[in-house]
Design a protein around this ligand. Structure first.
Ligand code: CO
Length: 213
């Protein structure tokens, strides 16, 4: 059996397993979703969302793209944030990067990557913003890992720049934005412990959209 065909066999097994623990599992899912978390991560095949968090279907609204970039001009990501915060009422937004991220690595190299250039430029912008700090890291791998962390931090700031996040936070006291890094070597999730309030206030000095409605 090909790897492709095996998927449907595994799907049958998965259905049986879910029903064995909860007979109403799929009936319950069909009723709707009420996730508490929005997870924005990398498309990397090694970095799953629900599985590494120990969560189940229905628990987390997920968006993944190359190198977990949040770009103002990306209608896809912006729609996901708008819907998750404005309609699903999520309490936490997680931006999760990971060490050994191919997208971040590519952005560190002087190379023309065609259509990927404008996407990776978002990460090159992060590099430029933190050029001095990064230049001081002599070891190339350590610099790469630091850029992964700084990219998460800057993408969290991009989430905070959105009107829906600022407005909802003022009205309801949530969502909170968290920056994580997944360490592929150990499987560990590392919370970068960003100070959300401090970041929000910093953003509001220039990008204040919270009072617009
Ligand atoms: Co990646």
């Amino acid at each position: 059996m090909s790897k492709y065909q095996q998927i449907f066999e595994r799907n049958k097994k998965w259905i049986a397993e879910k029903k064995a623990t909860n007979k109403q599992f799929f009936e319950h899912l069909a009723k709707g979703q009420d996730p508490e978390f929005l997870y924005i991560g990398c498309s990397d095949s090694r970095v799953t969302a629900e599985e590494m968090m120990g969560l189940e279907p229905g628990d987390v609204f997920v968006h993944r793209n190359i190198a977990n970039v949040i770009s103002n001009s990306d209608l896809n990501t912006m729609s996901v944030i708008e819907y998750a915060v404005g309609h699903l009422d999520v309490k936490h937004i997680i931006v999760c990067g990971h060490y050994f991220c191919g997208g971040v690595k590519a952005a560190m190299q002087s190379q023309d990557l065609g259509l990927l250039n404008p996407w990776l430029r978002n990460i090159r912008d992060v590099y430029r913003l933190h050029k001095e700090e990064l230049a001081a890291v002599k070891d190339e791998h350590a610099r790469y890992e630091r850029l992964v962390e700084l990219n998460v931090e800057e993408q969290c700031i991009n989430v905070i720049k959105t009107a829906v996040v600022q407005r909802t936070y003022i009205q309801k006291g949530y969502p909170t934005v968290h920056g994580w890094v997944f360490d592929i070597r150990s499987g560990k999730l590392i919370d970068l412990k960003l100070d959300f309030e401090e970041k929000l206030h910093g953003i509001q000095e220039i990008y204040n959209l919270g009072a617009s409605k």
